[in-house]
Ligand binder design. Structure first.
Ligand SMILES: [Zn+2]
Length: 90
């Protein structure tokens, strides 16, 4: 591996949200996430770091975000995820 990889998804003004990119199994995963509240803006590369970023972004939106709309949406998404996980375990 050589130079640092920065996420390229969305170009220079990608807007808000989470973007993950991985071109095939052997490619390096890259991701970046921006929250509309402006308090969360991170990028990551590599499978482990990308996964950690996705989790941190989800937690920020659910627990720490200053925008109540974002928190409400994230709470619903978490509830739905939890439900599908529970179903799978049975
Ligand atoms: Zn936020």
């Amino acid at each position: 591996m050589s130079a640092a990889v920065t996420p390229t998804i969305g170009g220079r003004h990608p807007g808000f949200g989470l973007r993950v990119r991985k071109d095939g199994n052997r490619a390096l995963a890259v991701a970046d996430a921006d929250c509309p509240c402006g308090k969360f803006s991170e990028a990551a590369s590599g499978d482990v770091d990308v996964e950690a970023l996705v989790i941190r972004y989800g937690r920020h939106r659910r627990d720490q975000c200053s925008n109540p709309v974002i928190r409400a949406v994230a709470a619903r998404q978490y509830a739905a995820l939890q439900q599908s996980l529970n179903k799978r375990r049975k």
